[in-house]
Design a protein around this ligand. Structure first.
Ligand SMILES: Nc1ncnc2c1ncn2[C@@H]1O[C@H](COP(=O)(O)OP(=O)(O)OP(=O)(O)O)[C@@H](O)[C@H]1O
Ligand SMILES: [Mg+2]
Length: 448
């Protein structure tokens, strides 16, 4: 049996758990929530008073590496009051903190275990061994609270792209390394690695790595992301995962990266590109709300407070504010939520990977080998068009291919308004975008 099973597959049955459950039910009783009397009219006209239970414990207590979870079956009429009882439960159990979570028709009273009792780190090998036949298109995350291996099927149409968000030390880079290594072990996909902090470096020598190495310096990252963004619509590549850590820092240093990420998240999946972004705070401020709407999966680690939890997950009942760091995560997509312990690739395995696949220098795109400059499209007047994102030009060219003529500047306005957080292009800028598209069409026709 894999080691994690011994660690995690503990169902609380001892007196400790029975005692705690008893105390939890005691609080419910003292608050008058445990049951109520109902008057029932009989056929013969008499009425009878019957006791109806409103709260009943589920059969088992779930013990995870970090918590004990006491499940309660609850009548909806008492739900609203029950979820406010965290402090009373904490007092009755003599622990500093208890959270109450609703999950479907079960309410969990989650009691953190003392640090000293918390079991060891969940190692990558153990999470992998739990079910080593992960299909191409999915990435390993860790183990969920039901003690099952948790993978993220990134190619599913409702997933597509993901953001890993949490405070420093929450375990983002660690989780992303687990995802990257799983992609390499599963095979059938390329991984493109962007990381100014260098945390992906031990995994960057594997043959699956796009352009043979890690994009690290901000200008190299900009050039690499530009090339990826430009491949969209040109070719149907195979499956490629694009991992980018420290996104806010990269965008701050190279603002154009924001446009490339907008393009990649908007249309990347048509070219087999799936993006995983890492950041310490929710990215709407850095990338704009439109881009973040195209990133439906949020893997959220420890965050500062409730409002940070809301911003990171887009929902106010994610429970992310009670995550405790070191790989304690919740996966959120729309109304779905799954808490999990992220697996960690230990230093020994990173070392081993590095020895087998020594990291090499990344092959930079040609235009980036010297000074990295954005694609400068100029017209005869010499005015720079570099403020026009390549995907706009590309979309105009697609319109041309479909209709045999260029769109109107009104069309450009409407299109850019729906795609760019900065708003639609005015007439002059739309004209310039049209000219850029025309220029590239002409040069393509001329075969240059
Ligand atoms: N899954 C995990 N299991 C156990 N420990 C972990 C896990 N993830 C992270 N840690 C611990 O937390 C430390 C910080 O992790 P990591 O570097 O991944 O954080 P981060 O979120 O990327 O932080 P930063 O934002 O500063 O880059 C690690 O060195 C490790 O000791
Ligand atoms: Mg990090």
């Amino acid at each position: 049996m894999p080691r994690w099973k011994n660690l995690l597959d503990r169902r609380g049955t001892g007196t400790h758990y029975a005692d705690r459950l008893h105390r939890i039910l005691g609080v419910c009783r003292d608050c008058g929530l445990l049951w109520h009397n109902e008057r029932i009219a009989q056929r013969d006209g008499r009425t009878e008073v019957r006791r109806v239970d409103d709260i009943a414990p589920t059969e088992r207590v779930v013990v995870t590496p970090r918590d004990e979870k006491y499940g309660l079956q609850v009548n909806p009429r008492v739900l609203k009051r029950l979820v406010t009882l965290g402090p009373q439960f904490a007092y009755a159990l003599n622990v500093p903190d208890v959270s109450v979570e609703v999950d479907g028709n079960i309410v969990y009273v989650r009691v953190p275990r003392p640090e000293a009792e918390q079991t060891d780190t969940l190692l990558y090998q153990d999470a992998w061994d739990a079910a080593p036949d992960i299909p191409v298109g999915s990435l390993l995350l860790g183990i969920d609270e039901e003690q099952h291996q948790l993978v993220l099927e990134l190619v599913a149409p409702t997933n597509v792209h993901a953001a890993v968000i949490g405070m420093t030390g929450s375990g983002k880079s660690t989780l992303m390394r687990t995802m990257i290594l799983s992609a390499q072990m599963i095979g059938g996909a390329q991984v493109a690695l962007f990381d100014p902090s260098g945390g992906f470096e031990p995994l960057s020598g594997h043959p699956s790595v796009w352009r043979g190495g890690l994009f690290r310096a901000p200008d190299a990252c900009e050039a690499g992301l530009r090339v990826l963004a430009e491949t969209i619509g040109r070719r149907h590549g195979g499956l490629t995962y694009v991992f980018i850590d420290e996104v806010p820092e990269l965008v701050m240093q190279r603002p154009r990266i924001k446009d490339y990420l907008a393009r990649l998240t908007q249309a990347g999946r048509h070219a087999g590109l799936h993006v995983v972004l890492g950041a310490q705070h929710p990215l709407a401020r850095d990338l704009g709300p439109t881009t973040m709407r195209n990133v439906p999966v949020r893997l959220v680690g420890r965050v500062a407070d409730r409002s940070a939890a809301y911003n990171a997950t887009g929902r106010n009942d994610s429970g992310a504010e009670s995550l405790r760091g070191r790989g304690d995560f919740v996966a959120v997509n729309g109304s779905q939520r799954q808490r999990f312990q992220a697996a960690m690739v230990p230093p020994s395995l990173l070392q081993e990977w590095r020895r087998r696949y020594p990291p090499r220098a990344v092959r930079l795109p040609a235009s980036a080998a010297g000074a990295v400059s954005p694609p400068q499209v100029t017209r005869s007047g010499g005015r720079s068009l570099d403020d026009i994102p390549p995907f706009v030009v590309h979309e105009i060219r697609r319109y041309h291919a479909r209709h045999g003529r260029l769109p109107s500047s009104n069309w450009v306005y409407r299109y850019t308004r729906s795609r760019l957080p900065t708003g639609g292009f005015g007439r002059a800028k739309a004209e310039r975008a049209l000219q850029a598209a025309q220029g590239s069409l002409e040069s393509r026709i001329a075969g240059t």
